[in-house]
Design a protein around this ligand. Structure first.
Ligand code: HEM
Length: 162
């Protein structure tokens, strides 16, 4: 195993594999509520970067749904954290925000998509990742569409499995 790059120490609490304990809740004013399971991997190879993959499955059918893959970086000497993410839907995004203890609050700064990405197109994303005092990791994602203000889309809690 390679040592964690010292630049990434503030995010060492994310490293490993996390799996939803109970299904997460998906919602939005324009869709029917749904339940999903998700596995998160946070790994590193010694670079000042954490590699991420998020894989979500439908809770009842286990059908693969949403997938994200990317990188986390920290601006040296600051609490500023960036997520660089590609999604299977054809969306790519840069989110930036602040690390406060074991809580990350991120906002999209740039969104781009394939010319043929399905509509409606997301306009803005906010994400909160929080390691709670009970050892559970919690994620909330909010999004805005053209005609929908920033509203919660996802809420899920994970336990560390390795
Ligand atoms: C629907 C975006 C993550 C499951 C949607 C819609 C958008 C969207 C724009 C369409 C809403 C509408 O039709 O009005 C995103 C973004 C995500 C994300 C930007 C991450 C940042 C996820 C995850 C799941 C998920 C992790 C987990 C399974 C669904 C489902 C629907 C949906 C089931 C409704 C059916 C469908 O349109 O496919 N999402 N989503 N999404 N999302 Fe997400």
């Amino acid at each position: 195993a390679v040592d964690l790059n010292p630049a990434m120490r503030p995010l060492d609490w994310l490293l490993g594999t996390w799996e939803s304990e109970e299904p997460g809740q998906g919602s939005f004013p324009t869709i029917s509520p749904f339940l999903y399971n998700e596995t998160l991997h946070f790994t590193h190879v010694g670079q000042p970067v954490i590699n991420i993959t998020f894989n979500a499955l439908h809770a009842e059918t286990n059908k693969p749904l949403h997938r994200e893959s990317g990188f986390i970086r920290i601006q040296p000497g600051t609490n500023n954290v960036a997520f660089i993410i590609a999604q299977n839907s054809g969306l790519v995004e840069i989110e930036e925000g602040e690390l406060d203890g074991q809580k990350l609050t991120l906002q999209s700064r740039a969104l781009a998509r394939t010319s043929f990405a399905k509509k409606p197109h997301v306009q803005q994303i906010t994400r909160v990742l929080h390691l709670r005092s009970d050892g559970r990791l919690e994620q909330k994602v909010f999004m805005a569409l053209e005609n929908q203000p920033l509203t919660q889309h996802l809420h899920i809690t994970y336990r560390r499995t390795s």
